[in-house]
Design a protein. Structure first.
Length: 325
């Protein structure tokens, strides 16, 4: 096999239908896809990512009608949200059908489902003829990939059958996750579909501050307290006064704010939240280099899609700066 194992849409669909695992583009991040009905394919996904099986996978479909193939007892709220925001960066938690293996859902009675907006992802799912389980195509807890090169850098030699190059991801962070199995719709992971957007469709929603319990099934992906980390230590937020920074510190700025060192990269000089979201993971990859000792990231307002950025950066961040460089 040649590395990286580049492939195209038709070949990817064939490989997936045969039970193999392929990295595919979506509008959020690249996904490591496998047949959602096939436990062997699911096991390959967990092995390639080194992902614990208590962290459930998201199932991807290519038509709203396919919800009935993977979920049951689907509430009207699901169809209202689907009509408003699918295809798009939104995952719904619903009661699962028995055809979805327990490995996919960490033995929970619910399944996470998404209809991605990326046209290549839709075509691959349609041609494969099965829904696809597809967590982010990176090693567990590492920074999610927003280009095919990011995938190849981490996973090309780990046994996946192919990588489809669909360009850079437009959204750049993982999907919003909304649970519809309780009395009140609940946002379990913030993303580009904000709580305000959900409220416009359904009325009142709850927001769950997730804290993981290692080894126990999690209600949705991306709930670990430490996640999305580059190899270079990253600190998010205002640097405490008097902190001694290592010589090879770099800074990801947002807007025109001053920082303890000049900006190395700027997520958005205009303070545009969507531009910042699309660039965040790419910048984290760009600065995740051996010559750097520390990555600083400016504070970002915790409103709208900024909630997603804050969520990912807090999980990626060191909790304290102790100055022991």
């Amino acid at each position: 096999m040649k590395f990286p194992p580049w492939t195209n849409v038709d070949e990817a669909a064939r490989l997936l239908a045969e039970g193999q695992v392929v990295a595919i583009p979506t509008e959020t991040v690249y996904g490591l896809a496998g047949n959602a009905y096939d436990p062997k394919a699911l096991a390959q996904i967990f092995a390639i990512k080194e992902r614990p099986t208590f962290d459930p996978l998201i199932v991807h479909i290519c038509d709203i009608a396919q919800l009935n193939d993977v979920a049951k007892d689907i509430p009207e709220a699901a169809y209202k949200l689907a009509q408003s925001y699918w295809p798009g960066p939104m995952t719904l938690i619903l009661p699962k059908k028995d055809c979805i293996p327990d490995l996919c859902t960490s033995a929970l009675p619910t399944v996470a489902v998404r209809f991605p907006a990326h046209p290549m992802a839709q075509e691959i799912i349609r041609k494969a003829g099965v829904p696809l389980a597809a967590p982010s195509a990176n090693l567990f807890k590492h920074v999610s990939p927003t280009t095919a090169k990011h995938v190849a850098d981490q996973l090309a030699d780990r046994g996946l059958a192919g990588i489809v190059n669909g360009g850079s991801c437009d959204v750049g962070v993982e999907s919003s996750i909304i649970s519809l199995v309780g009395e009140i719709p609940t946002v379990l992971r913030p993303g580009a579909i904000t709580p305000e957007m959900v409220e416009r469709v359904l009325g009142k929603v709850a927001i769950k501050e997730s804290t993981s319990k290692p080894g126990q099934p999690m209600a949705a992906p991306g709930q670990m307290d430490t996640h999305y980390r580059p190899q270079v230590p990253l600190f998010y937020g205002k640097v405490p006064a008097g902190t001694s920074l290592p010589k090879n510190t770099v800074r990801i700025a947002f807007g025109n704010t001053d920082g303890p060192i000049p900006a190395t990269l700027n997520l958005s000089e205009k303070g545009d939240m969507l531009e910042a979201t699309a660039k965040l993971y790419a910048y984290m990859h760009d600065l995740d280099l051996p010559e750097y000792d520390l990555i600083l990231v400016d504070e970002i307002p915790n409103v709208g899609v900024g909630m997603a950025l804050n969520d990912r950066l807090k999980r990626a961040s060191l909790k304290t700066l102790n100055g022991d460089w």
